[in-house]
Every structure is written in C-alpha cells, then in structure tokens.
Design a protein around this ligand. Structure first.
Ligand SMILES: [Zn+2]
Ligand SMILES: [Zn+2]
Length: 417
C-alpha cells in the first residue's frame, strides 16, 4: 500500500480493488494465460504452480473460499506471476465498469500482476497488485481510448500518476487497497485497451508527476468542464488549492477546447472510454420527472412530499456548477416548504437516478416536470479530458496541456528506471 504523504523514490507497487463488497459477487473464476507462469498461495501453503489448471473457479460460501478444481478450502488465495513480463496475464469475467452509474456494464478484463481473493465481513474482495507504471498504461487507455493522440495520453498518465501518489482521498484504505478500478477513483480496465504504441507513449512519462511547493499535486480531472473549470473548494470544500482554481478553457479564437467545434460529437466516441455511451458532453438537456424526484427526495431525506414546485439555484461556482439548490415543495398537508441540497455531488445524486452529468444547469418547467439545460460532464475541477484532447489536436504539447489546467504546477521526475 502507498504511504500517505510520502513521495516514492522508486516505482511503487499498488493495490487496486477490482471486486469490492457492494458488487456482492459470490462466484467467479480466473483464467491464466498459461500454466507455467503462475504460483499460488493460500492461507496454509505456497504452491509453486497451479497444478496445470488454466481455469480455476473460486466460490464464496460460509465465509470461506472454495476452489473445487483444486479441492481446496481457504480464507485467502493469490495467483502470483513468476516474472513481471507483459505476456503473462489473468482474465476475470463479469467485472463491473461504471459501478452505480447509468453506463454500468459487466466486462471481461485481462490483468497484469498478482490477483488476490479474500473476504471482509462476509463479502468477496478481489485485488490486483501490480507495479504503478503497468497500472498507468491501463488507466490511460481506460479513462479515454487508445485512439487519443500521444500528447493527450501522456497528459492523462502524468495526471493519473499524480492524483494517485498525492493519495489525498484514501477512499478504500480500510478494505486493504489503495484505489478501486472505477470512476469513484480512476477507471482501470486492465490491459484490455493497451497496444504497443500506447505502452511506449506512457513509458515516455515514467516517474513524472505534477509538483506544487514540493508536494505532488492532487491532480483532479473530469470529462468536460463545459468551457470554464471549477474551483476545488466549490466541490469538496476546505481551503482553496492554487493549482485547482477556475480557468477559462477557451483557445485564442475564443472557442472552448472541449467545444464540439474542436471535436465533433459524432467522432467523440472514438476517443472516450469504451464503456461510455453518451456523446453530448459540452451541452445537454435532461428532463427531471416530477414523480421520480418526489420518490428520490422522500427516500433520501425521509420527508413526505405531495408536489415539487420549484428548483432554485441558490449558489453557483465559477463554472456555473450549482453548489446549493433550493427545492420548494408542498408537504402532505399542502403547506409550502423549502429544503436545500448543499453540494455538487448531492445535487447530481438526487436529480438523476443514474447521477446527473454535471450540476451546471439552468432550470425551466415543462408540463409539471423540470427541464435542465446543462453544460459539462463531471465535477469540472482540474484537467478537462475532452478539452485536453482538443488541445492535443491543436498541436499543443503535454507541457502546454498540464500548465493550462494546473497553473503554477511543474512537471518533475520523481523516480527513474
Ligand atoms: Zn474508488
Ligand atoms: Zn473544458
């Protein structure tokens, strides 16, 4: 595991949660790329091979793991590669991508490194442990696609490395891994989308991070700012962070780098992640149904509502992201009441079952429902991924891209091969 606050002097190994408790998986199997490359370890014993089995099932039952193919019962089992080469890999089916979002899917994923299965509170946890640089090759082509131009992929790798090593959020430490495999942390779909070109592009950024005042930058990023990025404190609270301030994403002609004028909506699908379905990231419309909103607010806030009257933006950040939303409603006695939703995250969570694209929107009424006309996708803080893509297509270099989105930061190599 990474040590919080420590800048590593050599490439660290990291632990990625690829099955987490809320996935509720009880049965899975691993498919080894070959029978010679892997050792196995259980709670009792180290096995120098996997006994010529390429496919091994793992079942969770009565708080134990069962491996019927090998007639084993254990509380923990790891599949460990003998050599750290790029050819050996383990395939796992039914991995969740887009966990909890409207683009949630099950995908089959190939992984480098070690895979470990264990149980916490009766739930199966699966962890992929691997060298950080191998992980970053996978993240760079999972967050966005391998079709992206080299300067974008380099920027994505440096930003993903910085965010991870800054290690500020530590969302999963109690479960024994540094980060999860999804949008909650960073999108990681194993080696599925890597090719020899993307691997060598990311190798060019080996050990490079963004630095501000001798610390690694907490380099947040999101899909599309919508034209203006958001200040850190408006999304997560706390003190302002100088390199996560609001910046204009316009080029010298006054067109936003994330505007469809730079990358037309019909071609954006080639460059975004393979599980993304949307193509309207810069401007979008969304109808919030009266009935659905009543249900969500009643469930989330435990209050009784007969009608929602108005949605009133009460406070906005620089990018237009609403950070406080007033909701006027009639209670079951038909009295007018007001409640407020007080964060960008909660606003997105309450207005859409599948998490609203962003909280930067205007509201108008539509036959008792509410029409939201919105901009951007995600929290809008730090690097705008579609904007960075637009910059790369405008022949900007990785340095230009990173200094545009993270003003006052510098690029530094913290470890070498
Ligand atoms: Zn996470
Ligand atoms: Zn942008």
């Amino acid at each position: 595991m990474l040590i919080p606050g420590e800048i590593p002097k050599k490439e660290p190994t990291i632990r990625v949660g690829i099955v987490i408790p809320k996935d509720e998986i009880k049965e899975t199997h691993v498919l080894l790329s070959d029978t010679e490359s892997y050792e196995m370890e259980t709670d009792k014993k180290h096995y120098p091979s996997c006994k010529n089995q390429r496919k091994i099932s793992i079942l969770l039952k009565d708080n134990k793991l069962f491996l019927p193919d090998l007639e084993l019962e254990t509380s923990i089992v790891s599949f460990i590669p003998h050599l750290s080469n790029d050819a050996s890999h383990i395939t796992l089916p039914n991995m969740l991508a887009g966990r909890g979002f409207h683009w949630e899917k099950k995908i089959t994923v190939k992984y480098w490194g070690k895979i470990e299965f264990f149980i916490i509170d009766g739930k199966l946890i699966v962890i992929n442990e691997l060298p950080l640089e191998q992980y970053l090759k996978c993240v760079s082509t999972s967050e966005m696609s391998a079709m992206c131009p080299p300067e974008f992929l380099k920027a994505q790798a440096i930003v993903a490395r910085s965010w991870l090593l800054a290690n500020i959020e530590q969302k999963h430490q109690n479960l024994g891994f540094d980060i999860c495999n999804d949008d909650c942390c960073q999108r990681y779909q194993g080696i599925n989308n890597c090719n020899s070109d993307t691997i060598s592009i990311v190798n060019n950024t080996y050990g490079k991070v963004l630095i501000y005042k001798n610390n690694i930058c907490d380099a947040r990023y999101s899909k599309s700012c919508g034209g203006l990025t958001e200040k850190y404190e408006n999304v997560w609270g706390g003190d302002p962070i100088p390199y996560l301030t609001s910046i204009s994403d316009l080029n010298s002609k006054g067109v936003a780098y994330c505007d469809p004028e730079m990358i037309p909506e019909k071609s954006v699908k080639r460059y975004i992640g393979n599980v993304d379905e949307n193509d309207k990231y810069f401007r979008w419309n969304y109808v919030v149904k009266q009935e659905e909103l009543i249900n969500t607010i009643q469930q989330t806030l435990q209050i009784r509502i007969s009608k929602i009257l108005e949605l009133n933006p009460l406070d906005k950040g620089k990018s237009g992201r609403i950070i406080k939303l007033g909701v006027d409603y009639l209670n079951i006695k038909n009295e007018v009441q007001t409640l407020s939703i007080n964060s960008e995250y909660e606003i997105r969570n309450i207005l859409s079952k599948s998490f609203l694209f962003s909280s930067a929107f205007t509201v108008s009424k539509l036959n008792g429902d509410f029409l939201l006309e919105g901009k951007g996708w995600g929290h809008g803080v730090g690097l705008c991924q579609i904007g960075a893509l637009g910059m790369a297509f405008s022949k900007k270099k990785v340095y230009d891209i990173l200094s545009h989105y993270y003003p006052k930061s510098t690029i530094k190599t913290i470890y070498k091969v």
